[in-house]
Design a protein around this ligand. Structure first.
Ligand SMILES: [Cu+2]
Length: 157
């Protein structure tokens, strides 16, 4: 199983799947292979966060308290080793946002520096070929999304 699934995230947020209206507020824009953080600074508290996937592939939004992406523990394939994160650093995840879809969830954020990233790993061959959402056809490319650049640092004040 090459895909990394966030297991054991404590305090996982309530999910409010949505897709019809335009995302607003604290929106992270996901694409191949970038994450653009919200234009406005995030304020500490119980924060509604939206992952807006404008790309062609499934992405996810993992939020971890860390000084930078370089500070995160890595696996050999270039994805983040989520099992080595301290529990207190794990904020939560919005899993598997389909292409051209957005999903929101609430996270408890205290002031500090965070890294938002996509930790999906998909392969172009084999039984774990990642399916392009909605198309029913396998993705033609294999990617370690984090290694391709799907991470960004942001601050909460
Ligand atoms: Cu991704």
């Amino acid at each position: 199983m090459k895909r990394v699934i966030a297991i054991g995230f404590i305090g996982a947020a309530l999910f409010f799947p949505s897709g019809g209206s335009s995302p607003s507020g604290n929106t992270f824009v996901l694409n191949e292979f970038t994450i653009i953080p919200p234009a406005k600074a995030l304020h500490a508290g119980n924060v509604l966060v939206t992952a807006n996937n404008v790309g062609q592939e499934v992405h996810e939004l993992v939020i971890v308290r860390a000084a930078s992406a370089d500070a995160l523990p890595m696996t050999a394939d270039g994805s983040v080793d989520e099992s080595k994160l301290r529990g207190s650093d794990k904020v939560g995840v919005i899993d598997d946002v389909a292409a051209h879809w957005h999903t929101s969830a609430r996270f408890d954020l205290t002031a500090g520096t965070y890294v938002a990233f996509c930790n999906l790993v998909d392969s172009a061959t084999g039984s774990n070929t990642f399916m392009t959402a909605g198309s029913g056809t396998p993705s033609s490319q294999g990617h370690v999304h984090f290694a391709r650049g799907m991470h960004v640092t942001f601050t909460v004040s």
